[in-house]
Ligand binder design. Sequence first.
Ligand code: RB5
Length: 145
Amino acid sequence: MGADHGGYHLKEEIKVFVQGQGIEVLDLGTHSTESVDYPRFGFAVGDAIRSGKADLGIVVCGTGLGISMAANKVPGIRAAVCTETYSARMAREHNNANVLALGGRVTGVGLALDIVDIFLKTDFAGGRHARRVDLITAVERGEVI
Ligand code: RB5
């Protein structure tokens, strides 16, 4: 998990929820509401997944936008901003998203925890969706555009 000051409080709520499900959490900060630069935390979460230290990531900033853009610059990362549960399910099922991005100033705690729950419980469907996700990965190798 990672967050900036705009996502700190929601990150803390999510951390308790996820740990309560018996899932180990690697909290890469930030650890207070002091102003920080969200890209560093998006990069850190992306790098933890790329290096195999984590399976999935959750990033939180004020909107979920900036920190998702940063995470998506890390090769192999597919970060999805979700503000409702349907997109959270599809992000895993169709897009094989490995990072969920949330906005601490946008989404209330109750809905955010539902979004997290669905994201963590949904598996990638594969099949035709794998071909499409592979195209996204191929562009990182310069093979598409
Ligand atoms: C910080 O004020 C804010 O810009 C940040 O949390 C995030 O919303 C950026 O996308």
